[in-house]
Ligand binder design. Structure first.
Ligand SMILES: NC(=O)c1ccc[n+]([C@@H]2O[C@H](COP(=O)([O-])OP(=O)(O)OC[C@H]3O[C@@H](n4cnc5c(N)ncnc54)[C@H](O)[C@@H]3O)[C@@H](O)[C@H]2O)c1
Ligand SMILES: O=C(O)[C@H](O)COP(=O)(O)O
Length: 596
């Protein structure tokens, strides 16, 4: 062993930026509509959808045909539009997945009403501000979105609003239809040479910037998280918020609605803008304080605004903002092109079907993600991690209360070359599922551990040698507990189990201080006995007489003729009578049956 590093990883994660990762496929454990006992036996990585139980997907807002066709190949699809919140809560308990656009609030009540059946929410679009992500995570429900298919549509709509606003297209159209011919009234402003500040330099913002440069505008951008070199590559300077809003002739908003961006354009910030600034918003209505915008329009600070999105949708008919003569509005049409809707429908249908199958598309917003190639390599270790968690918790004596768990990964890989989030989630699953009715998956593992007061720390032991395998061993230790099997307590005082993967099969290799070697298939009996000849035969023949098939046997001892721990892998659960007979063997000091 060359070095060791230690860290506590109980991080909670609400969202992951995926722009650069969209070509990868990811997987996670999600189980659909299976009875608990079947779920537990299923591979923790891949979903098992029972052949006679097709999942049900509720499509609550209109979705393109191509997406519906994809869904129908795999699931029962219920297209029910315009549901009231109450109707949605009633229906949801019969659904494994829900697909929405921006018009449906997926509230905490929806998750609570699902009774644990809802496993995936698919947002057919980008913004997930209508989905209660915290509640989804707490309920182990994966949220996926379709972040790329409507980017160009939104950018084109932003440019359409920009140009239409500058040339009063909507107002002039209304005027001529009202029988007027007002050429002097609708003199516009030119775009060429003007400064456009793109607020939020993500997917849509970048496409708007490209197009605006093509119109001859000087484009700057503000985005605290965007890399400057990406902006420079298309000739855009990243600037501070204050510089952006104070130097722009035009502002185009492209940031998400978050607590930090809510009402970010307010009285204070309108006061910093150039008099006569023009504003386009195809992001989210909530990023503007709408009352403050009306004041800024009335004061002439803002000359014009073009808005596709509103704090409340649809906005009240008598809204001063909507009725303002210098405001151009569209009813949240940014993503509404034939092409974008077809693309979004396919993108979200693939993500939802993939998630129901156990494959997590790159668009998960509330789960750690593990690339498929990493997962393939980690798969046997994932099983090992879960089984070690199951073994460790079953070794704890009732009433002890599991609070502090340490997982140690021994690997020749560099720390940043081994993503342990999936392994940690599976240890957590193994620790918690046998002692609760909670179904734990990659989405809710950290949350569930935290909620139950279980602190899981991780340690890396960096081994010398060639890092061909991702891991050499995993050790799970539970501190400050009594054990049902005293020999499982290591010298340092924790219930300790350790395992390795051999020929692709997870093995238990250490219990407490005793080295054993038994494959983690079926169930395990651990016995501590005085090391003496014939013990394997005695226990083996009792199990044989009771028709229990032994798959593996291994004896670990401290020294010859002293204490030894025998680990026996059994295919079936031995009867009480068989276990009693084993317990009655004089040399056996303690034993425990562990259900894997
Ligand atoms: N009107 C529509 O129909 C329509 C269509 C698509 C997207 N949208 C909305 O447009 C917005 C952008 O979508 P996207 O696909 O480009 O998302 P994105 O995630 O690719 O980009 C958002 C960018 O905003 C940046 N950002 C975050 N906080 C910020 C802050 N405080 N100030 C400035 N920038 C900040 C992020 O770093 C990111 O680069 C979202 O709000 C989305 O919901 C609307
Ligand atoms: O966030 C988005 O993707 C857009 O606002 C589009 O929303 P929509 O799907 O309701 O059109």
């Amino acid at each position: 062993m060359a070095a060791s590093s230690s860290s506590t990883l109980l991080s909670s994660r609400s969202a992951i930026k995926l722009t650069s990762l969209s070509s990868l496929r990811w997987k996670l454990p999600v189980t659909v509509s299976l009875p608990r006992h079947q779920r537990r036996r299923a591979s923790p990585v891949f979903v098992v959808v029972s052949m006679d139980a097709k999942p049900t997907v509720l499509v609550a807002e209109k979705l393109g045909e191509a997406g519906l066709d994809l869904l129908k190949d795999f699931a029962n699809v219920d297209c029910s539009y315009n549901l009231t919140p109450e109707e949605l809560c009633t229906k949801i308990s019969l659904c494994d997945a829900l697909i929405v656009r921006s018009g449906t609030k997926v509230s905490r009540e929806v998750f609570e009403s699902s009774g644990g059946r809802l496993k995936v929410v698919g947002r057919a679009g980008v913004g997930i501000d209508n989905v209660d992500l915290g509640a989804a995570t707490e309920h182990g429900c994966l949220v996926v979105n379709a972040p790329t298919a409507n980017t160009v549509a939104a950018a084109e709509h932003g440019i359409a609003l920009l140009t239409a606003m500058a040339r009063n297209v909507a107002q002039a159209d209304a005027s001529i239809k009202a029988g007027k011919w007002q050429r002097n009234k609708y003199v516009g402003v030119s775009l060429v040479g003007k400064t456009l500040a793109v607020m939020g330099f993500g997917k849509v913002g970048t496409e708007v910037a490209r197009r605006a440069k093509g119109l001859g505008m000087h484009v700057i951008a503000h985005d605290p998280y965007a890399p400057a070199d990406r902006a420079h590559a298309i000739g855009v300077d990243l600037v501070s918020f204050d510089e952006a809003i104070s130097t722009a002739d035009f502002l185009s908003l492209h940031m998400p609605l978050t607590p930090a961006t809510s009402k970010i354009l307010n009285d204070e910030n309108f006061a910093k803008m150039k008099k006569g600034v023009r504003i386009v918003n195809v992001a989210r209505g909530g990023v503007i304080d709408e009352d403050a915008l009306v004041r800024a329009l009335d004061a002439g600070i803002v000359a014009q605004a073009a808005l596709d999105v509103f704090a409340v949708e649809p906005p009240p008919k008598d809204s001063k903002l909507i009725q303002h003569e210098n405001v151009t509005v569209t009813p949240h049409l940014g993503a509404s092109t034939m092409e974008a809707q077809e693309g979004v429908a396919i993108e979200i249908a693939e993500a939802v079907v993939g998630a129901l199958r156990g494959e997590l598309a790159a668009t998960a917003v509330n789960a750690p993600m593990v690339p498929a190639e990493v997962l393939t390599e980690l798969k046997p270790y994932v099983t090992l991690a879960e089984k070690l968690g199951r073994l460790a918790v079953q070794l704890v004596a009732g009433g002890s209360g599991v609070k502090s768990v340490k997982v140690t990964y021994a690997s020749a890989r560099a720390p940043d070359d081994l993503d342990t989030r999936l392994l940690r989630a599976m240890v957590t699953k193994g620790l918690i599922e046998p002692i609760s009715s909670v179904f734990v998956n990659l989405v809710n593992a950290d949350f569930t551990a935290k909620q139950r007061g279980v602190r899981i720390s991780e340690e890396r032991v960096i081994l010398d040698g060639s890092p061909e395998r991702p891991l050499e061993s995993i050790k799970v230790q539970i501190a400050n507990v009594e054990s049902r099997f005293a020999s499982a307590i290591s010298e340092s005082g924790e219930v300790t189990v350790e395992g390795k993967v051999k020929d692709g099969i997870p093995h238990l290799t250490k219990v407490g201080a005793f080295e054993v070697d038994v494959s983690l298939e079926g169930n395990i009996i651990l016995c501590r006995q005085v090391d003496q000849p014939g013990m394997i035969g005695i226990v083996g023949s009792i199990l044989g007489e009771e028709n229990v098939n032994v798959s593996f046997m291994s004896v670990g001892r401290i020294a010859p003729r002293k204490q030894a721990v025998m680990a026996i892998g059994v295919d079936e659960q031995p009867s009480k009578a068989a276990l009693k007979r084993i317990g009655e063997i004089p040399a056996i000091e303690e034993f425990v049956f562990l259900d894997l």
